[in-house]
Design a protein. Structure first.
Length: 167
């Protein structure tokens, strides 16, 4: 899985250039979304993540959809079923939605954060992060900011959903 995510990160992002840093903070905020109740239950928790990166100049709807499509196709080629589905929604594909596909999946804030930590580990070994000498600082949420996502939702697909507003 780690090699798969690493390969996808390299392909989806391409040459990024310099990564600018800004401080990271978290706070509560309740975004509204028409996707709640359709793709996932209403969020039981929310937070705001102030990314330490800026959106790449050439990050657009096509790049965000390409990132999700590549990751999904890689997961489907594994010899085991995917543990989660990931897709981009919104007029500009600015919303990243991650839904667990098994009952023992992301059913708590702690499991949702564990998934994000796993995705951070994969992002940190990607050439994009390693070449910036910031691999030990940047997170998966910084990566989604680079790509231009504005909202990340992690859900078990049944009862739990957590949303992160990316600023």
């Amino acid at each position: 899985m780690r090699a798969t995510v690493r390969a996808i990160l390299v392909t989806a992002i391409g040459a990024a250039g310099a990564v600018a840093l800004s401080p990271a903070t978290r706070s509560d905020e309740v975004p509204t979304s028409r996707h709640a109740g359709y793709y996932y239950p209403s969020p039981s928790s929310t937070e705001t993540y102030v990314a330490r990166t800026r959106i790449l100049a050439d990050s657009d709807r096509q790049r965000r959809i390409g990132f999700v499509t590549l990751l999904t196709n890689q997961m489907l080629q594994n010899p085991y079923p995917p543990q989660f589905a990931m897709f981009a929604k919104g007029e500009h594909a600015e919303k990243l939605i991650i839904v667990g596909l098994h009952d023992q999946g992301f059913s708590s804030i702690y499991r949702a954060r564990a998934l994000l930590a796993m995705l951070t580990a994969a992002a940190r070994v990607s050439p994009l992060f390693r070449e910036t000498s910031l691999a030990d600082v940047l997170t998966f949420l910084d990566l989604v900011k680079l790509l231009g996502f504005e909202l990340v939702t992690v859900s078990d697909g049944r009862e739990f959903a957590h949303q992160i507003v990316i600023e």
